[in-house]
Design a protein around this ligand. Structure first.
Ligand SMILES: Nc1nc2c(ncn2[C@@H]2O[C@H](COP(=O)(O)OP(=O)(O)OP(=O)(O)O)[C@@H](O)[C@H]2O)c(=O)[nH]1
Ligand SMILES: [Mg+2]
Length: 282
């Protein structure tokens, strides 16, 4: 049986933990057994108890106190500590017969864009433990209210994709906050469906004007270069997500399954066959 891991990444507050819960609820209602792996050493609360929890190995509060580090240096230390204690990880991963884990990550994007720590963890999951991987990068929908901010978000998504070097799906989260009309009428966020599509499937050459109108003219050449880069590589597009909507979560899970070629040789389990330990409603 295959082993699958979905890494849920993105900036602070982009909806990662909410999505993890929604994915687990959805998978569970479809008769699938998935496990939550908490990779955030500073996390406080989860709807589903994590089956694997980095806090059992190392907690950020302890590291900050004992090592005299700040929150970001402490987080880097926690990841280095995890990578030095892979026997702990192996023991935790060995606990399941069926492996489909959803990994809830911290919101410090430098972990995905600047440091090799998560990349090394992913490489270990694939080469040593035979996991197939898919990483999600969440950007929240308020990024589309501000073109310069949106470009920065697209660049961070691209940087994360390049750094993590695995199947990646970019997600525009909290789309319920900017729901669009079908017929072109403006909505709460002031955008109709066609305009929204330009942000989900970045149409940077059209957007550059908007970016220029919001930035100092001395940066216009840079805007042009950035949009050209995004356009040349056509690497970044976003799947819209509303974590409160079952269909939206189901559609994202289908894409994730597809990206990992999940389900080619496995049958969904009957709910009575699930261990139910983390889910409590069996
Ligand atoms: N409207 C709306 N709010 C959402 C959605 N997903 C998450 N939120 C809210 O956004 C806030 C942050 O959500 P979290 O899931 O904690 O975000 P996170 O990315 O895990 O945050 P960190 O772990 O702190 O980086 C919470 O108040 C959620 O209720 C969504 O799809 N729609
Ligand atoms: Mg979280």
């Amino acid at each position: 049986m295959g082993r699958y891991a979905v890494l849920v990444t993105g900036p602070a507050g982009s909806g990662k933990s909410t999505l993890c819960s929604a994915l687990i609820t959805h998978a569970h209602s479809a008769g699938r057994n998935v496990h939550l792996f908490n990779l955030d050493p500073a996390a406080e609360h989860f709807e589903y108890a994590p089956a694997i929890d980095i806090r059992e190995l190392v907690s950020l509060a302890d590291v900050m106190e004992e090592m005299g580090l700040g929150p970001n240096g402490g987080l880097v230390y926690c990841f280095e500590y995890l990578l030095e204690n892979l026997d702990w990880l192996e023991e935790q991963l060995g606990a399941f017969d069926d492996d489909y884990i959803i990994i809830d990550c911290p919101g410090q994007i430098e972990l995905y864009t600047h440091t090799p720590l998560i990349t090394r963890l992913l490489s270990i999951l694939t080469t040593t433990y035979n996991f197939r991987l898919c990483s999600l990068y969440l950007l929240e929908s308020n990024f589309i209210d501000d073109a310069p901010k949106y470009f920065a978000g697209v660049m961070s998504a691209m940087s994360s994709m390049i750094n993590l070097d695995c199947a990646c799906i970019n997600v525009m989260s909290k789309m319920d906050l900017v729901k669009s009309g079908d017929t072109g009428e403006k909505t709460q966020g002031g955008r109709n469906r066609r305009e929204l599509q330009r942000y989900l499937d970045p149409d940077p050459l059209l957007l550059v004007e908007e970016a220029n109108s919001r930035t100092n003219p001395k940066f216009h050449a840079l805007n042009q270069a950035l949009v050209q880069l995004i356009d040349d590589f056509s690497m970044v597009s976003f799947m819209p997500l509303d974590s409160t909507d079952e269909d939206s979560v189901g559609s994202l899970l289908s894409h994730v399954d597809n990206a990992m070629q999940y389900g080619e040789d496995e049958e969904p389990k009957e709910p009575k066959d699930l261990d139910g330990g983390d889910f409590g409603d069996e």
